[in-house]
Ligand binder design. Structure first.
Ligand SMILES: Cc1cc2nc3c(=O)[nH]c(=O)nc-3n(C[C@H](O)[C@H](O)[C@H](O)COP(=O)(O)O)c2cc1C
Length: 201
């Protein structure tokens, strides 16, 4: 499958088969995380990969058994065999931009000095690479937020305090059942003419 086809196939999937992803397929998809550009070649980002019982540990923290889980509108999301949590370490960007070859940028002393937080830019690009690689491997994927559960999830899995989570990527083979559309899909996707400004805003 070429990149254009993988890009156009990538749509958020909210219902998965519990069928496991073969290790070589998962490794290929996750390797895309390191195919994105990285500001200053900093690579202040890592992945927490949850499979098997660790997936249930994730849901036990964020959606404990009970009424909330029973009423959860996307039960097929809970079948995803893999959850991946992309994490950024902003202090890695301070260290990199404090190095001699980057000192001229004046970004090495304080995170507040950064007009654009490149750690979020970098991890967004890496996430997209993983989503496109998943589509190319005929997997479904969903990037979703942890919202108020972030601190408890990171504590559950022993993530060091310097790291911040960008969200969660669910991966797995898509199920044709229960892939209820998100209300967000009522918001129309813009067409290209609406977002391009040629030469002048
Ligand atoms: C940063 C980010 C956070 C998102 N969070 C959620 C989420 O919490 N739950 C969800 O169902 N979808 C979430 N989505 C998926 C979007 O709803 C989805 O990408 C959008 O509606 C466009 O649909 P598509 O991905 O199928 O093209 C998120 C997407 C992004 C980029």
């Amino acid at each position: 499958m070429d990149v254009g086809e993988a890009l156009s196939r990538r749509r958020s999937c909210r219902s998965f088969l519990s069928r496991p992803i073969p290790d070589p397929v998962l490794e290929e998809v996750l390797s895309a995380f390191l195919r994105a550009p990285s500001a200053g070649n900093t690579w202040g980002q890592e992945l927490l990969v949850l499979t098997g019982a660790d997936v249930e540990r994730y849901w036990a923290v964020t959606l404990p058994e009970g009424d909330r889980r029973t009423a959860f509108p996307w039960p097929g999301l809970l079948c995803a065999p893999v959850l991946v949590i992309p994490l950024v370490d902003p202090s890695a960007y301070l260290r990199r931009y404090g190095a001699t070859d980057k000192a001229h940028a004046g970004l090495g002393d304080s995170l507040d000095a950064w007009p654009v937080p490149y750690w979020w830019v970098d991890v967004g690009a890496s996430i997209m690479a993983v989503l496109v690689a998943a589509a190319a491997a005929e997997l479904g994927s969903l990037l979703f937020g942890m919202f108020t559960h972030t601190a408890s999830v990171l504590a559950e899995f022993g993530v060091p305090e310097d790291y911040q989570a960008a969200g969660v990527i669910a991966l797995g083979y898509p199920s044709s059942d229960g892939n209820r559309a998100s209300l967000s899909l009522k918001v129309p996707r813009p067409n290209l003419e609406m977002v391009l400004h040629h030469g002048q805003w």
